[in-house]
Design a protein around this ligand. Structure first.
Ligand SMILES: [Zn+2]
Ligand SMILES: [Zn+2]
Length: 230
């Protein structure tokens, strides 16, 4: 699905409706997250569908190091030669040198009412194929038509990305629409104060559309809906 010209969301119902995004900027492609399959079939198919070649993929930027968002990263890096980047805090999880931080509490309602098994898979603190990280991303770095936003809360090194030209926000798990519209998943937030600050930062952008980490993108009244989470 297109969020704007050259910004495409990829993903199906698996791993908690997890989503990845391809962003075209001139000839370059940037991929945000890599979905929950070890072999990135869906992403390769979308690159071809866009009429691009695999070598056009220059960078793979990760919102955070949860399993369902980075399973395909090692294979994609191998296949495309794209440079893999994340926030410094997440990098050694991506590379397999550290486990993702576990949350200590059991999911609260209403999440518990939704497919608990799927939630577990979606949060995905399982093992991904480890992948070398080629560089770290810092707040406000700009490249490939995207600006990096450090948006901690869900994880300490969580990133969102902002496409100023199209006013599209790629929020990762800082905002989700599955199983319900929320500022991330309450029960899986590691730091509540940081989460609120990150939300304010994203709301201040007044996005025209938001591509979220889980669920369908927000394409109508996006700024208003993000404001409603504050
Ligand atoms: Zn997550
Ligand atoms: Zn997630």
């Amino acid at each position: 699905m297109d969020l704007a010209p050259g910004i495409v969301s990829i993903g199906d119902r698996t791993r908690g409706y997890v989503r990845a995004f391809l962003v075209a900027d001139g000839k370059d492609l940037t991929l945000v997250d890599t979905l929950g399959d070890t072999h990135p079939h869906a992403i390769l198919a979308e690159i071809r569908h866009m009429g691009r070649s695999l070598s056009d993929l220059k960078r793979i930027w990760l919102t955070h190091a949860h399993f369902s968002h980075l399973c395909g990263v090692a294979e994609l890096r191998q296949l495309t030669g794209a440079k893999v980047c994340s926030h410094e805090w997440e990098a050694d999880i991506v590379s397999g040198d550290r486990k993702a931080q576990r949350v200590s509490i059991v999911p609260k309602r209403p999440l518990r009412a939704y497919y608990p098994f799927q939630i577990g898979l979606a949060l995905g603190l399982g093992d991904h194929p480890p992948c070398p990280v080629d560089g770290v991303l810092t707040h406000e770095h700009e490249e490939g038509g995207l600006r990096v936003l450090h948006t901690p809360g869900h994880t300490p090194g969580h990133l969102a990305f902002w496409a100023e030209k199209h006013k599209v926000l790629l929020s990762g798990d800082a905002i989700t629409t599955w199983p319900e519209f929320a500022a991330g998943w309450d029960s899986f937030t590691l730091n509540e104060r940081q989460r609120r600050e990150s939300l304010r930062l994203m709301a201040a952008l007044h996005p025209a559309a938001v591509g979220v980490g889980h669920g369908d993108p927000i394409t109508e009244r996006a700024a208003e809906r993000v404001d409603s989470l504050l």
